[in-house]
Design a protein around this ligand. Sequence first.
Ligand code: SF4
Length: 612
Amino acid sequence: MAITGKILKVDLTTRSLDIVHLDKNLYKQYIGGAGLATRILYPLLEASMEPLSPGAPLVFMAGALAGTNAPNCGRHVICARSPLTGIWGESNSGGFWGAELKRAGLDGIFLTGKSETPCYLSILDEDVEIRDAGELWGKTTSKTEQVLKAQAGDDKTRVASIGPAGEHLVSYAAVINDEGRAAGRTGMGAVMGSKNLKAVAVRGTKKLQIADRGKFDTARKQLLEEIGRNFTNNMFKELGTAGYLDMAAITGDLSFKYFTQGTWDGSYDISGSSMSETILKKNKYCRQCTIGCGRIVEVEGGKYETPGQVDGPEYETLGSFGASILCNNLEGIAKANYLCNELGLDTISCGIAIAFAYYLQDKGMLSKKDAGGLELKWGDIDPALVLIKQIAYREGLGRILANGIVAAGKELGVPKDEIAAVNGMAVPFHEPRAYLGSALEYATSHRGACHQTAQYYLTSMGAPFDDVGIHCIDRFEEEGVAACVARLQDLRAVFQSLSMCNFIVPSTIDLVADLFEGATGIQMDAKSIMKCGTRIMTLHRLVNLNLGYETAEEKLPGILLEPLDGGTEGHVPNLERQLEDYYTFRDWDRRTGIPSREKIKDLDLEALGSVV
Ligand code: SF4
């Protein structure tokens, strides 16, 4: 079957390795991937357990469809308590790693403990070993990948590793796989670093069985045709996610100068079209993807030279290292992206931490002396390149910025309203002033400000899922936003559990259910798969409540509520109204955030014990 039912259980302290067999019913309720990771971790995460303590658990999961030839379904997810936010940590990544894990006969890896010395986990089908990584410690992610592939003697070995940032426990350290694909957000790289776990190298040679080949192939064929016809998918193929930048600048979805400016005349210089005309070499594809939104770029010569062809910046990175510091030098941004990947840093949190420093210096709240002599001038990316390295190694100003902008702001005495974060995580580049429902998405996201947990802007722009009640809503409208965001969150939870790319817009959710049923043999339709999404989202809330989550933190900082010029036309969201509607729709208590007893019962979330 497409699901293996097997989880590798690793205790890095005792160096014990076990296989846990999961009940099939768990897949019917939680699908796989992020859903199953939440179910596994729910009984084990407690507020008293620090995210970077040896006992803290860490889970890698491949989704239910990873390893099959379902289109755009090769992702994997990494989950733990986040060292950045203190609540649920979850980060997913594309590439080939997740599929390789499935082909090694595993749906996931559950890790606890801490190795005494640096180590890596080597998986070659049933052959699993914890190996010494002393020689790898301190190395960049690409070097680590290179060495482990060479040691395995097999270029098809897939490696997920941390760089120096993870080793130095930077709160937003990423885990990088397949030469530049990043599980970036919420600091899963720091959790690996805290366990002295440098990498997980996987090679699988098994072929996954498809339960109902006819059903699966019919759904797969239809989805492939739909992807081929989809405007956004074709635009991403031509221009990458950066292709959205021009439109985002016009509508105001992208703001500038650390979220304080609605227009900027440098945005075209860093657009997808500009990239295509200058440094782009070719597309980069995840497994079973016909779009290839990834960019391979090269800067030849000059001070931003890259060592040959490397992963290029995505839309969000162009936002954090371009728009946010008013840098229109695409080559400089490509260099920043390259450094973040090599050192293992989330480009969103890192770029915003640096933009925050530029903002503070501009406001007179951070002297040149306190910035280690750096003059942080809007538009100049050179000090940002210095700061990236300082952050990764916790040196100079990087020592403070490495803890994220909430902690940094606190240490520097910055008022909360000037810290562009929600629930501990820096906001990405989808403006809640441009698509008002994004405010609710950020406020209620289970992992802090995140645009991937609903992708409200995308649906509002014209990507509805009408068959499950998700309709396009005018971007400045707030009526109906709560139901739309909640249903989108449920749907995205399904996608993260299947390992389906968020850029896919299936014509019906029955099509998605058919893919799952065809692959696994587990009966599912649109209604039941959406109920799985609601179950996963509700369990996320229960996990967070156990970790001390407070509804009082569901708010936007003042800096995101100042009217801007440009495409947002001076609009600001009324988050309070959206939250009232949201809690009513979810049947969760508005004050405590606790789901109603009926809801918990209906979703079979009572008395959940450990499954590993
Ligand atoms: S569209 Fe982009 S992120 Fe999605 S599967 Fe394809 S290459 Fe990966």
